[in-house]
Design a protein. Sequence first.
Length: 245
Amino acid sequence: MVIDPTARRTDGESVRIARDVLCAGAGEAKVCVLDGPGSLTRVLERRGGRRLVIVGDDGALLRAVTLLHGTGELGASPLAMVPVGPGPSVAVARALGVPTDAVAASRAVLTGTVRRLDLLTDDAGGVVLGPLGIPAPRASGASGLWWRTVHRPRQRLRVEADGRVLADVDRPVAGVSLRAAGGGRAEVVVRPGQAGGDVSALARSVTVSGAAFSYRADTVDVGPTRERTWTVRPGALRLTVPAGG
């Protein structure tokens, strides 16, 4: 069980509940409290065959998944999580099917089932578990895929889905949304800069290029960059969720 330090500061009671439930029900559990940059890497290197349980928010889950993906160990064993943090900070975990109540999440770790989930990786080594939006939303707490802002600058971007051009630089767009949709496909939606309906597609790979752009992937704002390609990794994440959920 790996406890993120932010979780201890924001909700120590939920952390205590998770520790008590897991230690009582797992028979043998090792508790690791992260103490700074690099500590998660050391824990992962020394975990042996133990199942990894993250106690923390979406950022803590994303860091663990990114490290495991980078070492090629993401699919080696199931990953479990007890979300701890304010609602917006655990929105991705909730969307993936993990209970946000400490007791329910801890019980799911002990008695749940393993679900294989698609995720997105990019050509810069990044991993995306939930929604991605271009540009990064300015409003605080805007964590959903279909966020909208009133005064969004239009951008000249080329958007390709498996080689099919959905938008090009001659017609500025208001925004682009992307998420793993299941079945080994990503759903990409382009909002036009002028009148007209959204353009959407399902694809294994999506490339966005053109004028420098920034984006929000899960809880992280990235950029500016001039080109990025996201690729679906079918079933790459094995996540423990409540049985029958």
